[in-house]
Ligand binder design. Structure first.
Ligand code: FES
Length: 104
């Protein structure tokens, strides 16, 4: 399955994703600019992405923990999510996200 990730320079990348992987891990392993400082434990917010409108409703809603972390990002938008909290599954094949500046 594939995900489409637009980096902070506006370039879109088509990345191969595996079921059960965190979207953050896919982005990081492909070498895009994502800090993901805490390694996926929902405690740094440096894996911040914006989710394309058509995909927002297909994701599980954020936990309170994720929402608390998102409160701390300077470039928060209504479609902000932490990519370490999105697990890849068949339903998310084709997911589109954009890397936030605060993920650098
Ligand atoms: Fe730290 Fe996602 S990698 S919150």
């Amino acid at each position: 399955m594939q995900i489409y990730v637009t980096d902070q320079n506006g370039t879109e990348h088509e990345l191969e994703a595996l079921e059960g992987w965190r979207v953050m891990e896919v982005i990081r392993d492909w070498g895009l600019n994502i800090k993901a400082e805490c390694g996926g434990s929902c405690s740094c917010a440096t894996c911040h992405v914006f989710v394309d409108a058509e995909w927002q409703d297909k994701l599980n809603p954020p936990t309170d923990e994720e929402e608390d972390m998102l409160d701390s990002v300077p470039d928060y938008e209504a479609n902000s999510r932490l990519s370490c909290q999105i697990l890849m599954s068949e339903e998310l094949d084709g997911l589109r996200v954009t890397l936030a500046d605060s993920a650098k």
